[in-house]
Write a new protein. Structure first.
Lengths: 224, 244, 227
């Protein structure tokens, strides 16, 4: 068991080191996500106290597309120097590679959310301390990362890789987006728990199902 | 009793191996036996299937049919176990350019569960004579040096079987010579080696047994017997011209 | 052997023809016009079976994708792919017949109800399936990636339906037959469902066989070229 965690952490830490060394990437994604927020705000002629549903939608679009841009990187990093082959030569279960990469993409999305969300709340004059929003975001990000990591591995070995990832990713995460947007709106309006519980259940179910399915199916994606 | 001894002295056993990529038949009916500690060199023109064969032995590519066993472990059965016992050196380094030599070795050491990792890293880096660059980023090293680091990486977990796919490719003669020395020093043990190369001279030096692959088939196989390079070149041209 | 197959194929074709004629008769002649929605309501007898078949075909893709990843025989992949292609066509028809029915009856082209929304997402997922197969660098990879999408995509369908359904029940605009469903309507619907399912099976068998033969030919070609 210890072996498994050591290896997952080794992959995760290696990716973190790489990202820290080449800072441009995370930074660019953050800038992109913020830009989206701004553009959508202008496009919908936002007044600061606009409807919660629309505001909620804007936040989740920014997070989703920020994620889509970022997910390609997860396995693109392994393309140079045939590093993916190097990983596959290691005496580990293929799914460990998936979980190592999953940890990295989760942290990546978390970083995006941590920067984008406060900016969003400020732009829309919403309260900054919203623990329930944090919960929704964390749960939804798990789902994004689970699916995004899997499809990143599929897309890199495909022609037109940059467009294939969104085409694969977006339809699958529709349930998460619907649930996240619907759950976020009452939170922004300060309403009670009851409204959002069912939506959270959907997100949690999605997360569990896709973590399991992706773990099972990953080896078929990267083997030759 | 004799049979048992024979079986367990066999590091690599390939029988009836076929591999096709869609329409293209890359390997046809390959039979190969490599004893423990033997050095085998595989020659062949481009497209002969050398790299495919090595990748199958390295468990990176699955065979279309046929049996492959390394260290008596079946490739279909327990590929992960096989990976502990082998290593691959190719013209691709498998290294992370943004990380230092040390960080790369540490990463692979963890993935291979190498005991006494710190000590081992220093050992292998000494073998390839790169102690001074241990904490340099890989992208600051020349191709030749990167190849040496890659070799260090490959012996970190002390595999009994070493697979080399054109290890001299893309290197200038000086770097090439250093690689040759490095390989020699690393193999002072009884490692089984399978190497593919375009370099007839180098291959003849290193190999105890030579094999020529052409169009996916084994067309010539012999023990080295001090063949001169010139004679071997003739043999090579002869066997690969027939199928033209 | 091939005679048996030809016989079976022709029998299937004959059966399909009979059923389809019967279905057409029942839809346009037998069943009375629905009270509230008028003649346009007859599209319902096509829309529902087509939607059913589209779901069925993706279920088949799901099953055969799993089979392919497990057994690695090309023929399973051929069935999965054939079924997905047919499914995309049928889903497109669902997305076309839906609005055609909705516009005259409810005055709107599109409604984000659970069924239509799920069909739209389904369409997107299986178009992605076909795209990934054609964009893969080798056919074997395309088959593998396709199988993965076939599995992952189908699992998504109930989740999408659940999410959108929950969303819509907060704003109910369900499609209701105010006049109730009569026996002739039910009968017609059942015949149509059987007819379209048979059509699906015919298409699937033909298409899958074609793909399998195509793969065999390619394999033989490869072997000849190598000599």
């Amino acid at each position: 068991m210890n072996e498994i965690f050591t290896r997952i952490f080794a992959i995760f830490w290696k990716d973190m080191l790489i990202e820290i060394r080449s800072k441009e990437f995370v930074f660019s994604v953050l800038v992109f996500a913020i830009l989206e927020l701004v553009i959508f705000s202008f496009a919908f002629s936002i007044r600061a106290n606009m409807a919660d549903m629309a505001a909620s939608g804007i936040l989740w679009v920014a997070l989703t597309f920020g994620g889509v841009i970022g997910f390609n990187r997860i396995f693109a990093v392994e393309k140079e120097n045939a590093r993916l082959e190097g990983l596959m030569l290691c005496p580990v279960d293929r799914s460990i590679i998936y979980w190592g990469k999953l940890a990295g993409s989760f942290i990546f999305m978390l970083a995006v959310a941590v920067v984008v969300t406060p900016i969003f709340l400020i732009l829309f004059n919403l309260p900054l301390l919203l623990p329930r929003l944090a919960l929704i975001i964390v749960l939804a990000i798990i789902g994004f990362a689970a699916v995004g990591t899997l499809f990143s591995a599929v897309a890199i070995n495909t022609r037109a890789r940059d467009i294939m990832l969104p085409i694969l990713f977006l339809p699958i995460i529709v349930p998460v987006i619907v649930a996240a947007v619907k759950a976020t709106a009452p939170v922004l309006a300060g309403k009670a728990w009851g409204d959002i519980l069912t939506w959270l259940q959907i997100i949690i179910a999605f997360d569990i199902i896709y973590l399991v399915v992706a773990t099972l199916v990953f080896e078929f994606v990267i083997e030759e | 009793m004799n049979e048992d001894i024979k079986a367990s002295s066999c590091a690599i056993e390939v029988r009836g191996l076929n591999k096709s990529f869609g329409e293209r038949l890359a390997l046809r009916s390959i039979d190969l036996r490599v004893s423990r500690g033997e050095h085998v060199v595989i020659f062949g023109p481009n497209g002969a299937g050398k790299t495919t064969l090595v990748k199958i032995l390295a468990t990176l590519v699955k065979p279309s049919s046929g049996s492959v066993q390394l260290d008596d472990i079946d490739i279909y059965d327990k590929p992960a176990q096989i990976r502990r016992r082998i290593s691959l050196v190719s013209h691709q380094t498998f290294l992370y350019d943004d990380l230092t030599v040390y960080e790369n070795l540490k990463f692979y050491g963890k993935m291979y569960d190498v005991p006494d990792l710190e000590q081992r890293i220093h050992e292998v880096i000494a073998w390839v004579q790169l102690e001074s660059r241990l904490h340099s980023r890989v992208d600051t090293l020349s191709h030749g040096l990167q190849r040496r680091v890659s070799i260090a990486r490959s012996v970190l977990h002390n595999p009994p079987i070493l697979l080399l796919d054109e290890p001299e490719a893309g290197l200038d003669p000086h770097a090439d010579a250093v690689i040759k020395d490095v390989l020699a020093s690393i193999n002072s043990g009884s490692r089984t080696i399978v190497m593919t190369t375009h370099n007839l001279e180098r291959g003849l030096e290193l190999g105890e047994r030579v094999i020529i692959l052409d169009r996916g088939k084994v067309v010539y196989q012999a023990a080295k017997h001090d063949i001169s390079v010139k004679d071997f070149r003739q043999i090579f041209d002869q066997h690969t011209r027939i199928s033209k | 052997m091939s005679n048996k197959r030809a016989l079976r194929d022709n029998a299937l074709l004959g059966l399909g023809l009979v059923l389809m004629v019967a279905a057409l008769y029942m839809v346009f002649v037998y069943v009375p016009t629905e009270k509230n929605m008028g003649i346009v309501q007859r599209i319902f007898y096509f829309h529902v079976p087509i939607a059913w078949v589209s779901l069925l075909s993706f279920f088949i893709t799901f099953i055969f994708s799993i089979l392919y990843l497990w057994k690695r025989e090309m023929k399973w992949d051929s069935v999965a792919c054939a079924s997905a292609e047919i499914g995309v066509v049928f889903t497109t028809l669902v997305l076309i017949t839906g609005p055609i029915w909705a516009k005259p009856v409810w005055g709107i082209w599109w409604t984000w109800d659970a069924r239509l929304s799920t069909s739209l997402v389904l369409w997107l997922i299986y178009v992605a399936y076909l795209l990934i197969r054609s964009f893969a660098t080798e056919p074997a990879r395309g088959a593998r990636y396709g199988a993965v999408i076939g599995i992952v995509g189908f699992i998504d369908v109930p989740l999408v339906f659940l999410a959108v359904n929950l969303w819509r029940t907060q704003h109910p605009t369900t499609i209701v037959f105010e006049g109730g469903v009569t026996v002739p309507m039910l009968l017609t619907l059942i015949v149509c469902i059987v007819a379209f399912t048979t059509l699906y099976i015919i298409l699937l068998v033909q298409s899958a066989n074609l793909k399998i033969m195509d793969a065999d030919i390619k394999h033989l070609k490869g072997m000849i070229q190598a000599e």
